[in-house]
Design a protein around this ligand. Structure first.
Ligand SMILES: [Zn+2]
Length: 103
């Protein structure tokens, strides 16, 4: 069923750039696309056919919301689980800390 899957080959670069675990990105995309997402040979595997455009948009949004600090615009952040469906995004560059919805 190769034809019904979409592979994201630059997963490692995305994860590096975002400073997030590949499994975090898999979980996010799984939620966004509503399909299971696995990791196979350094690639993300989406269970379904999706266009590059769609994927790029989603990955871009991930950075906007979950990586880039909205105070200073830098990507030097990490997430803390805040419970009740929330994260804290903590910026190591400017010290900002704010709640965002968990995915
Ligand atoms: Zn910041």
């Amino acid at each position: 069923m190769q034809g019904n899957k979409t592979f994201i080959r630059n997963m490692a670069q995305i994860a590096d750039k975002a400073r997030r675990a590949p499994s975090d990105i898999a979980r996010y995309l799984s939620k966004e696309f509503g399909v299971p997402v696995g990791i196979e040979d350094q690639r993300l595997v989406l269970n379904g056919k999706f266009s590059n455009d769609d994927i790029e948009k989603r990955v871009h949004r991930y950075f906007d919301v979950y990586v880039i600090c909205r105070e200073c615009g830098k990507p030097d952040t990490h997430l803390e689980n805040a419970g009740r469906g929330m994260f804290f995004l903590v910026c190591e560059a400017c010290g900002a800390r704010y709640g965002i919805k968990n995915y």
